[in-house]
Design a protein around this ligand. Structure first.
Ligand SMILES: Nc1nc2c(c(=O)[nH]1)N[C@H]1C(S)=C(S)[C@@H](COP(=O)(O)OP(=O)(O)OC[C@H]3O[C@@H](n4cnc5c(N)ncnc54)[C@H](O)[C@@H]3O)O[C@H]1N2
Ligand code: MOO
Length: 418
C-alpha cells in the first residue's frame, strides 16, 4: 500500500469498494431526490384525452374560416362542459359548446376560442345564447392533445434517473404511486477522543465538545444516507476495536473521526489493520491528509482526521461519492467554476489545498473568489461562512491575485451544471 495517494486515487479506491444497496419501494412523495432503480411507465395516456387549454367555446374551425371584424360569424351555444364532465352529443356546423379549461374537447370540435375574443350576440353566453367570432381559428388551437406528455406503457422515468420535485408530480399523474429505489446507507458516526464531551455539556479541564459527529452526520444526511451518532470512544485500541466491530455488525458504512494520525493515541489504522484490510492511510490534500480506509467484515470503514475542517473535506470529497454510489447516483463531482482570486495566496504546503472561500460575481458578472483569512483546519465556523473551496493545485508555491482558480461549490447537488 503506497504511503500517500492522490485525491482521485482515494476516491476511486473507495468507490471501487461500494456497490448500490438493495432496492426498497417507497411512496412517490419519498422518491424526491432519489434514484429510480427500475424504468417507470405510465399506465395511461397523459393527457388522457384532448382537452381545452382555455375557458371559451369549442368550435369546428371550418365554420370560422371566413370570419372577420367586418363579417363576424355567429354560432349557437348548445351546451356547456365543465372540467370533469364530458359532452357526448352532436355538434353540427353552426354550433359551438361553451367549454372550461381542462374539459374534454367534444369529438366534433377541433379548436377552442377563448372568451375574451368572442362577442355575445344574444343571451348570456350560456347554452341557448348566440355568440360571434371575428377571426378564423387554427385547427387544434388551444387544445392540449391526448398523450401529449406520455403514451400508455411508455417509460417516463428511466432507471438511474434522479426524481426531482416536478418528477414526483409527473409520476403521480402517470399512476406511479410507489417507486423502487436503492436503500439509504445506514452510516455509523463515531468520534474518537478522550478529550471529547457531548455538546450538551460544558467542557472543562482540557476537554472539548464533540462537534465532528454532528457535522459528519449532517453531511451524511445531506448525501441521502441515514446517520446514527454512536457514543464517543476513548483513545484506546481496545475501546476503538470494540466500537468498530459493533458498528460493522449494524451499519452499511462506518465513519470515524480522530486518531487517524501517528500520535501515541491514534488507533484507527492499527484497528482496521487488525480487524480487516487496511487499504489507505494518507491523501495528498490539505486539510485532511490523514484519511484511513479499509474493509472490516465486508463493511467499508473510513477513518477521518480529527481536525474539524480536515474531517469535513475528507467526508465531502471521498465519503460522499461513496454514499451516493450506494444509492445509485452516477454523478460524483460537485459543480466547479473558475474564479479570479481577490488576493495573493502563499502556499507553504506542496499538497493540494482546499481553501475555504466565498465565491461571488463582481459588477461585470465575472466570478471572483475570496479565500477566508483563517484557514486553520480546526474551524467549522469558517466553512459555515464560506460557499466554496478554492483549489490550490499540488506543487505550486502560491497564486497571485487575479489568477484563475478552480472552485468547488459547497452544498450544491452534483447534477447541477454551472
Ligand atoms: N506529528 C504530526 N502531528 C500531526 C500531523 C502530522 O503530520 N504530524 N498532522 C496534523 C494534522 S494535519 C491533522 S488533520 C491531525 C490528524 O490527527 P488525528 O486524526 O489523529 O486527530 P486528533 O489528534 O484526534 O484530533 C486533532 C484535533 O481535532 C480535535 N478533534 C478531534 N475529534 C474531534 C471532534 N469529534 N470534534 C471536535 N474536535 C475534534 C482534537 O481535539 C484535536 O485538536 O494531526 C495533526 N498532527
Ligand atoms: O489533515 Mo490536517 O490539515 O490536513 O488538518
Amino acid at each position: 500500500m503506497p504511503e500517500m495517494i492522490s485525491l482521485e486515487e482515494a476516491r476511486a479506491l473507495v468507490l471501487a469498494h461500494v456497490e448500490p444497496l438493495p432496492v426498497e419501494t417507497v411512496p412517490v412523495l419519498d422518491a424526491v431526490g432519489r434514484v429510480a432503480a427500475v424504468p417507470l411507465a405510465s399506465d395511461i395516456d397523459i393527457a388522457p384525452f384532448a382537452h381545452s387549454a382555455m375557458d371559451g367555446f369549442a368550435v369546428r374551425a371550418g365554420d370560422l374560416a371566413a370570419a372577420s371584424a367586418e363579417t363576424p360569424i355567429e354560432l349557437d351555444v348548445i351546451a356547456e362542459i365543465a372540467a370533469g364532465d364530458t359532452y357526448e352529443g352532436p355538434l353540427a356546423s353552426g354550433q359551438c359548446v361553451r367549454i372550461m379549461t381542462g374539459a374534454p374537447l367534444p369529438d366534433a370540435a377541433d379548436a377552442v376560442v377563448k372568451y375574451e375574443i368572442v362577442d355575445v350576440v344574444s343571451g348570456d353566453g350560456m347554452p341557448g345564447s348566440r355568440v360571434a367570432f371575428t377571426a378564423p381559428t387554427k385547427v387544434r388551437s388551444n387544445v392540449r392533445e391526448a398523450g401529449e406528455e406520455a403514451k400508455a406503457g411508455e417509460v417516463i422515468v428511466k432507471a438511474g434517473e434522479v426524481v426531482g420535485t416536478a418528477g414526483v408530480g409527473f409520476l403521480a399523474g402517470c399512476g406511479v404511486v410507489e417507486m423502487p429505489t436503492y436503500l439509504r446507507p445506514r452510516v455509523a458516526i463515531i468520534s474518537i477522543g478522550s478529550e471529547l464531551v457531548d455538546p450538551d455539556r460544558v467542557p472543562a479541564g482540557g476537554k472539548i465538545r464533540n462537534s465532528n459527529s454532528y457535522a459528519l452526520a449532517a453531511c451524511a444526511k445531506a448525501a441521502g444516507a441515514l446517520p446514527v451518532i454512536l457514543p464517543i470512544v476513548e483513545d484506546t485500541h481496545e475501546a476503538l476495536a470494540a466500537a468498530v466491530l459493533h458498528a460493522v455488525a449494524n451499519f452499511d458504512f462506518v465513519v470515524t473521526s480522530g486518531g487517524a494520525s501517528n500520535g501515541d493515541f491514534d488507533f484507527i489504522k492499527p484497528v482496521v489493520e487488525e480487524l480487516g484490510a487496511l487499504l489507505m492511510t494518507t491523501v495528498n490534500m490539505r486539510p485532511g491528509k490523514a484519511q484511513t480506509f479499509g474493509i472490516v467484515n465486508d463493511i467499508p470503514v473510513f477513518g477521518l482526521p480529527g481536525n474539524p475542517a480536515a474531517a469535513y473535506v475528507g467526508f465531502e470529497m471521498i465519503i460522499r461519492p461513496a454514499l451516493r454510489k450506494m444509492q445509485g447516483y452516477t454523478h460524483f463531482e460537485r459543480p466547479h467554476v473558475r474564479a479570479r482570486l481577490t488576493r495573493d495566496v502563499k502556499k507553504k504546503d506542496p499538497r493540494r489545498i482546499f481553501m475555504r472561500s466565498t465565491l461571488y460575481r463582481n459588477a461585470e458578472g465575472a466570478y471572483e473568489v475570496e479565500p477566508a483569512q483563517n484557514q486553520s483546519s480546526g474551524l467549522f465556523g469558517v466553512i459555515q461562512r464560506s460557499n466554496c473551496m478554492a483549489i490550490m493545485p499540488e506543487g505550486l508555491e502560491g497564486c497571485t491575485a487575479g489568477s484563475l482558480v478552480e472552485c468547488v461549490l459547497l452544498d450544491v447537488p452534483e447534477e447541477i451544471v454551472l
